[in-house]
Design a protein around this ligand. Structure first.
Ligand code: FNR
Length: 333
């Protein structure tokens, strides 16, 4: 039988984005450093928490046997390396009380764990999710184009804004408004800010495309595969808000250099989905742990070569924009 969650994994792994905006951004390095490598501090703060490392495993899966196996490996990697893990949407578990495909604090006591739900779900389901998972925060995802392209997707959207307001008011842990790879627009961020939401994940195009995934599933409308804004473009658009909102970035992040580019553009932390999925599919858990630990060291190397001691200093690194990013002007209102 076809399983939607398994097909998401399958098509996410099959897809190679034709364009990654990080390739059009170049950082200006610094020839005369003022810090030792050991001075570099990678710590960050968002959603009311301090984190030792500025990257995390972003929302992916849950709700099937395959998802359980993937989540188990991701949780092992996250627990050992001390990075945060966000599970995929918890709604699958709410529909099936016997579900055991999501990692728990009982099983992974050292795990920094957060979870996720769709804004189409009423706040009662969000409250149940938080009660069951006891997460550090709750990501609330907005995925309108995915829903529209999904044959079995949501068709009623008028309730979304009210739902989001209810989440902002009633959820007892911090909430993060999150895109799913289409790039969050500034108007949406302002609406979130007006509701009292302090943290957003702009999750842009360049890695996973849920338009591609749903179009593959339905066999239709492949001309919409590249819908939305790239991660770098979404971060550039968000520049006027970087002091008012805690901005997180994701979408097409492959390695520490992409992470640093997000942080130069003001991101407080960077989420990786497809890259982590691909790693746990291809390598053993021990090998992935080694790669993640190398990334921490490589982040320090890049910050040192930019003459930046911490994330705050990264925000003043100059950069060049090439190719599709070079004329940076939005037209229209
Ligand atoms: C996702 N993503 C996602 N996002 C979300 O908010 N809730 C979810 O349940 C899921 N499910 C999911 C499944 C799979 C298999 C993938 C690959 C991704 C979206 C994800 O969190 C992220 O926003 C995008 O994938 C863009 O990041 P990458 O994949 O380019 O690093």
């Amino acid at each position: 039988m076809r399983n939607r969650k398994d097909e998401h994994i399958q098509y996410a792994l099959a897809y190679q984005s034709p364009y990654n905006s990080f390739d059009d951004m170049e950082l200006i390095h610094s020839s005369l450093p003022e810090y030792d490598l050991a001075d570099i501090d990678l710590s960050t703060h968002f959603a009311g928490q301090d984190f030792e490392f500025p990257f995390f495993i972003n929302a992916m899966t849950g709700g099937s046997e395959k998802a359980a196996a993937v989540n188990r490996k991701l949780a092992q990697v996250a627990e050992v390396t001390g990075i945060l893990m966000v599970t995929g949407s918890y709604s699958a578990a709410l529909q099936n009380p016997k579900d055991q495909s999501y990692p728990t604090k009982e099983e992974f006591p050292g795990l920094l764990l957060a979870t996720n739900i769709g804004v189409d779900k009423p706040v009662e389901l969000g409250l149940q999710t938080v009660e069951r998972m006891n997460p550090l925060f709750l990501q609330v995802h907005v995925n309108v184009m995915q829903e529209l392209l999904m044959p079995e997707g949501e068709r009623l959207f008028r309730s979304w804004k009210q739902n989001l307001e209810a989440y902002a008011q009633q959820i007892p842990v911090p909430i993060i408004l999150k895109e799913v790879g289409f790039g969050m627009d500034v108007k949406t961020m302002k609406k979130a800010l007006n509701m009292g939401i302090r943290t957003v994940d702009i999750s842009g195009r360049g890695g996973t495309s849920f338009a591609y995934i749903e179009n593959q599933r339905s066999g239709k409308r492949s001309y919409l595969d590249d819908w939305g804004q790239t991660t770098v473009q979404a971060l550039l658009n968000a520049q006027p808000l970087v002091d008012d909102l805690e901005i997180l970035a994701s979408g097409g992040v492959r390695h520490p250099l992409d992470m640093v580019k997000c942080m130069v553009l003001g991101a407080r932390a960077v989420g990786l989905s497809r890259t982590m999925l691909d790693l746990v599919e291809r390598y053993t858990v021990d090998q992935v742990i080694e790669i993640v630990n190398e990334w921490k060291e490589e982040l320090r190397i890049i910050l040192c070569a930019l003459n930046c001691r911490n994330l705050e200093e990264l925000k003043s690194v100059p950069y060049l924009l090439h190719g599709k990013l070079s004329s940076n002007q939005i037209y229209g209102k």
